[in-house]
Structures are given as C-alpha cells and as structure tokens.
Design a protein around this ligand. Structure first.
Ligand code: ZN
Ligand code: ZN
Ligand code: FE
Length: 760
C-alpha cells in the first residue's frame, strides 16, 4: 500500500548536511517526495510503501549527520501525489534559517584528503565540507548561503561548483567550499606586515617556531600567538611580550596519545578533546609531565586542545611538534585580533611572523574552555564550537536581550524555546571590549532575526553592560540581582520551575542593599528571591584594590574579628606585614573610606590564601582561590574549622570568627599548608550543607541549585554536591553554560522573560 507522510523535524538541521542525508536515505529506499528548509527546521514529504516509509522515519533518528541535533519530530499522513523522484527544494528567500551552525573542526574525511598527495586539495589549508569548517565566524547575514559569508569574494571554480550542486557529494551546499584554484590562500608576513611568502609559508613558519620565535597564526575566530611549548625560553619570551604573567597558556597537541604524555586523560576527557567543538580541556598533569612550569605556574592542570583547522594540522605535522602554545592573539584581556591589518598593528610587538590568509573572519570567537567531571563536561568558557547553538528551554519565552555582567561577559537572546548565548565577549572594564560587546549583540540579533521585547541587566550601577542597557529607549528594562541570575541560570538550564534553594558562591555581585554579595543562600524562583543566609559582612579596604591584593582581605578579616590585637599574633603573615601600610588600610576601614562591605565567598578564599602564605597579590582573576584549591595536593585531613550560624532578622549570618581562630592555631603550630587548605575547604562544604538542611526544614524544598564562579573549584563543588545528594537533596549544577559570570545572561533572560509573561 502506498502512503505519503509529512515529517517536520526541528532542532539543528540546517547547514549540517541534513538535506543530503535525507535525500540519500530516500533514494536508497526508492521513496519519492521532497525536503525543504523552514523557519523551524526542515519539512520532509515522503511517499512509498508504508513499510519503507516507516523504516525511513525510524532511520532519521538512528544515524543523523554528526552535527545535527533533532529536538522534535512530528509526522502526518497526507494525500498521495504523482511524482517520480525525491527532490531537495531550495528554500524560498526569507524562508528564515534560524539556527546557524557553529564553527566545526575539520572532519576525518577532509583530513584524509588534506594529507593525500593524490587529492586535488592536498595540503590546502581551507579544505572543508558539509560536515566541517567555518560557519558562525564567516556569516554576515542570513539566509546562510555563500553570498552572505566572507567566502562571497571567491567565486567557485567549475569543479567546486559541481560538488556544491550534487546532492550525492559531501560538499553539497557546503557554503565555504573551495580549492587551491578558486579559494583563499595562505600568506606569511614579517612583523611589519611585509609579504615574505615566497616558498611554503607553513614551512617557514615551522622554522621560526623551531628557532624559538613567536608566530601569529590566523585561526577560525581570531589570531593565536604560537610558540614551541617545549622551549622554555620561547614561552618566557611570549609571556614578557604579551605581558601575561602566570596566567596559564593553552597547549595544542596533535592527538590524544600525545595529550597522555603530559596529562591524565579520562574517557570523558578524550571525548571532549576529540569532539567537533575542539574546546580547550583542563586536565591534571601526568606524574612525569615534561611541560615546563612556565606554561601554567603553580597549577595542577594544563589546558590542552587538539588541532581544529586544516592549518593547525599542517603546522603540527610539518613541524613534528608535540606541543605548541596557542594563546589568543591579544595583549592581556583585550579582545582577540581578527582582521589582518588590525592584527599587524596590534600584534607587531608580540609576534615575529604572521601566518595569515585572505578569508576574512567576520566575528571574533575565542576558544572554549571545559573541564571534564566524572559524568560529563562543565563549561568554563562557552564560545567557539558551541555558539550559536541554543540552550533549549522548557517552554517558549518572550524574546529578551540579557546583557550579562562585567567580567567574562556574554549576552543572551531568547526566542521561543531557544536561548542563544553569545560567544565570550570578555571583561567590559577593558575599553577595547566595549565595541565588541555592541558588535556581538547586533550581530546575534541580526543573524537570529530577534527583536527583543525586553532587556535584562545586572543591578550594579557601574557595570558597562548596565549603563548600556539603561540608555536603550522604548523597551521594557528589567534589572536583575546578580546571584538571583546565577541561580535562575542553573534553573533554566535544568528546566526547573517553582522554587529552589539556591547556593550562589562567587567573587562579586551587587546586592539589593548596595553591598557586595557573593556567599549567598537564596530561596529562589524566577519571579523573586529571598536571602536565607549569607557570609558575614567585612570591609573590602580599597574596593577593587582588595580584589587585586588578597593580603588586604586577610587584614580586613583579622581586624574585624580581633581588632588590633592581631598585630601580636605569632604567625608568619603578621610578622611580614609592613606596619605603615597596614595602618593606612585600617584607617580607611575605620573611616569607611572606599571600603564597601562584602559577603563574598571569593574574598574569603582570598583572605585565607593570603593568611596561610599562598598569595598576597594576584595577576589574574581568582588566582589566589585557584592556588588555594591546588594547594590541597595529597592532603587527606578530614578536619574542619568551625563556621557558625547566627539568625539575624529573616536571614542567617555565617560567622567566620571561630574559623579564623582555629586557622590561626594551625598556623602557630606550623601545620602544613595542604592540610590547612583542605580543612578550610571542608569547613565551607560543611557550613553550606548545614544551611541547606536548615533551609529545607524551613521551606520544605528539597531541590538545591549550585551556581557562581566558586563552583569552578572542583574540590568544593564535588564535595558539596555529594554531601547534599547523600542527604537526599536533589542537586542541580550547570554543565551547558558556565557556572561563573559567563552564564549570568541566561539567568537574567529567564527572570526577565518570566516578568513579561501574563501572570496568574
Ligand atoms: Zn569535512
Ligand atoms: Zn575550486
Ligand atoms: Fe558572579
């Protein structure tokens, strides 16, 4: 019996080879019909024996193209038509291709051709196909076809065009399709931008790297600065030039086998390394790791990633390098350089050579950073390879633009059940990031065709993103408290509704009382939140200077708990103090000059790190807390310092006084730093566990959400999560978006969208 069925498929099914896949599937089963792109995904009409049509429908889900993601599929019987073939119907203009694929690492088929001397694209660094290559970073506008990408200036040659037009070909509708005859080309420049590419540019770049020089390499989302990772003086040179002191460098290695020489690679980690997104994966160093300490000083982990452009493969292969430093092409904390001329201007003091090309990057996009856990990966920086894949929400939402926080900024646009987070925009306190913020926001609105009904922003009056939001006219503006947004982000990602107990631990977030929060337990729903408990307030002497200089926080805590008595404590930290500097600090505190109060968990970690002698000043964000975590090493101490709860009004205050007394006792007894660090971590786990139990008794809620940058600390997050789970709590954490401020915009959007819904 003949049947005809209309099948609607939504999800990521455009620009990922879905139509040719369906075409081949239909042909192999001798079915007729058609497929076309729609604004929601694709519509398939398929006709044949009812048996074959059933099998066809089942196969759609079995082996879809690797980059596709089917979210819903519906089928409907429709009247039979007379036809003889299966056709791919080209989408009518304005058909609206809403989901654009992210940039994808070169696939194994293309890699094979790249290294095959008989192939016409042998060693051609711009080889790609429907299953791989640049997407998001070369798109100017929608619909996504060649004319609206930076490949528009390269008309395809006859052979490339034939591949592009043939549904049986792997390059059918591969928009960036190119070959040495018609596509972009590599160039090598010296540091003044002079073309010196006679001969093989890759070979000459390899020679320079071998000589310990710095080469700027144009990648997918921007320039990298590369040096030989096993040459310590080259690494030092790069640090000096980039003015990047101590912050770890990412390392590119040829394959997982090589990664194992340097790091311990679990199954989850090797999957992450080899995934099409090719993120930087944070991995613990192997016992006999040869990598010099220069790469990641005082850090147990290395950031490792595998090559993802054909050019990376050529560089590693021709140079036989086992590891290259590949760090973003910028001065510390500025946006990554993308334009050729801009790169030469901004990087000429950093790089000796530029390995560049004439395919423009239209949108900068930094490398993503993930950390494997026992069960999956956690996002630390969600950017290249993941953006603009949406976070799938539980229900359709009003369209919101959420502008994020100040550090590690991302913005988020929602439409229907999709929340689109931007790439990592960076630290908005850096003026060079302002332009990128506006550019990324506009671009995302444009390619996703979203006109938001409201804008969500952080309550901090000094955040650039907040000031920007408040200047927008004729649109609903919704201010969202920072830690409310963190917990809502976790709720939205996990499709939670109603209320939860939220534990939000981070460095800085503006509170509704004008103080700086960061050690918060909140009764949270999308509509509102209530503060159940928080760390006790202490002054931050010098405001942001106290973030850069953790010793100030140690003084603040000591003074807060013990007054000037602390000057007589027989511990190394106090003995090394310069009394005059400390007096200035204490006077600031006494007179409340530039000393805002904070309940920040990050500042508590800073104070402890300084007090036990780990770090007095930081060179990058959260350095003291990270080194405090790393200092645990092999300690197995189960001891715990006492933190106490004191009810005050509606909330509970977590007092740190007795904890500092116990810690000072350990210091006097010369207890090992590893043990003190571990005991401190144990006490933080214990107190937030206690608060959660108390909150459960008070509210009857059993769901706990953990969010905020402090949960990037694995010791803290693993221990707290398992304590809570074994006490019967349902615990939710973040994996798709960062728990830190990179995930803030999702929570802001969820809260603002909720406030725009008709209530009742
Ligand atoms: Zn490919
Ligand atoms: Zn060609
Ligand atoms: Fe935060």
């Amino acid at each position: 019996m003949q049947v005809r069925r209309q099948i609607e498929v939504s999800g990521i099914v455009q620009g990922v080879g879905f139509r040719p896949f369906v075409f081949r599937l239909a042909q192999s089963r001798r079915l007729t019909g058609c497929i076309r792109n729609t604004s929601a995904g694709v519509t398939i009409e398929v006709q044949g024996s009812s048996n074959s049509v059933d099998q066809f429908a089942a196969s759609l889900l079995v082996q879809p193209p690797p980059l596709s993601r089917i979210t819903t599929i519906t089928a409907l019987e429709i009247p039979i038509q007379s036809e003889v073939e299966f056709r791919i119907v080209t989408s009518e203009a304005g058909g609206g291709c809403t989901l654009i694929s992210p940039d994808i690492a070169v696939c194994s088929d293309c890699l094979h051709e790249l290294l095959d001397p008989a192939d016409r694209r042998f060693r051609y660094p711009f080889i790609n196909c429907t299953n791989c290559g640049p997407r998001f970073t070369i798109v100017r506008a929608i619909p996504y076809d060649r004319a609206s990408t930076s490949m528009a200036v390269f008309p395809m040659c006859a052979r490339c065009q034939a591949e592009y037009d043939d549904p049986r070909n792997r390059r059918f509708h591969a928009q960036p399709n190119a070959c040495p005859d018609c596509g972009p080309h590599l160039k090598l420049w010296d540091r003044s931008g002079r073309n010196i590419s006679n001969g093989d540019p890759v070979r000459r770049a390899v020679d320079a790297l071998r000589d310990g020089q710095v080469v700027a390499v144009k990648g997918l989302g921007g320039f990298h600065l590369a040096v030989d990772a096993l040459n310590p003086s080259a690494v030092r040179l790069l640090r000096e030039r980039k003015r990047r002191f101590e912050k770890p460098f990412a390392i590119m290695v040829p394959d997982v086998e090589t990664a194992r020489q340097f790091c311990e690679v679990s199954d989850v980690a090797s999957q992450a390394l080899e995934s099409a997104q090719r993120p930087i994966v944070l991995l613990p160093r192997a016992p006999r790791c040869e990598m010099s300490d220069e790469i990641a000083p005082r850090n147990r982990d290395l950031g490792i990633f595998l090559p993802y452009t054909p050019l990376h493969h050529l560089l590693l292969d021709q140079g036989k390098f086992s590891a290259l430093v590949m760090t973003s092409g910028n001065l510390s904390e500025e946006p990554i350089a993308i334009d050729n001329r801009e790169a030469v201007q901004r990087l000429n003091n950093l790089a000796d050579f530029f390995l560049a090309h004439n395919r423009d990057i239209l949108l900068r996009c930094d490398d993503s950073v993930v950390r494997p856990t026992a069960t999956g990966i956690r996002q630390l920086r969600r950017s290249r390879g993941f953006v603009p894949v949406p976070v799938f929400l539980k229900d359709a939402q009003p369209s919101i633009l959420a502008v994020g926080g100040e550090l590690k900024n991302t913005v988020c646009l929602t439409k229907g059940k999709h929340a689109f987070l931007s790439q990592h925009i960076g630290d908005l306190e850096n003026p060079a990031s302002y332009a990128f913020f506006a550019e990324a926001t506009d671009h995302l609105k444009n390619i996703l065709q979203i006109e938001p009904e409201g804008i969500a922003y952080d309550l901090h009056p000094e955040y650039f993103s907040t000031k920007w939001a408040l200047q927008q006219k004729g649109i609903r503006l919704v201010g969202v408290q920072h830690h409310h947004a963190h917990i809502a982000s976790c709720m939205a990602e996990n499709h939670l509704e109603g209320q939860v107990i939220g534990i939000a631990l981070d460095g800085t977030g503006y509170g509704t009382d004008g103080q700086i929060w960061g050690g918060e337990v909140l009764l949270t729903g999308y509509a509102e939140f209530e503060r159940l408990a928080h760390l006790e307030y202490v002054p931050m002497p010098g405001g942001s200077a106290a973030i850069r200089e953790p010793w100030r926080m140690a003084i603040s805590y000591l003074d807060h708990h013990f007054g000037r008595e602390f000057f007589r404590f027989p511990v190394p930290f106090v003995r090394r103090l310069e009394h005059r500097k400390v007096e200035v600090l204490l006077r600031m505190v006494e007179q409340s000059i530039n000393s805002p109060l904070t309940s920040s968990c990050g500042r508590l970690f800073d104070a402890v790190a300084a007090l036990i002698g780990i770090r007095q000043k930081v060179n990058y964000e959260a350095q003291a807390a990270i080194e405090l975590e790393m200092a645990i090493g092999n300690s197995s101490s189960h001891a715990c310092y006492p933190l106490t709860l004191t009810p005050k009004g509606d909330a509970c205050i977590i007092s740190t006084c007795s904890m500092f007394e116990a810690l000072l006792d350990d210091l006097k007894k010369d207890v090992a730093i590893a043990d003190m660090s571990r005991r401190f971590h144990n006490s933080v786990v214990q107190i937030f566990f206690d608060v959660a139990e108390r909150s459960r008794d008070e509210t009857g809620l059993n769901r706990v959400c953990l969010s905020g940058g402090a949960f990037n600390n694995l010791y803290l997050s693993n221990r707290l999560e398992s304590r809570l789970s074994s006490a019967g709590f349902e615990v939710f954490t973040q994996s798709e978006v960062p728990a830190g401020d990179g995930g803030l915009s999702l929570g802001q959007a969820a809260i603002a969208a909720f406030s725009l819904l008709p209530q009742g």
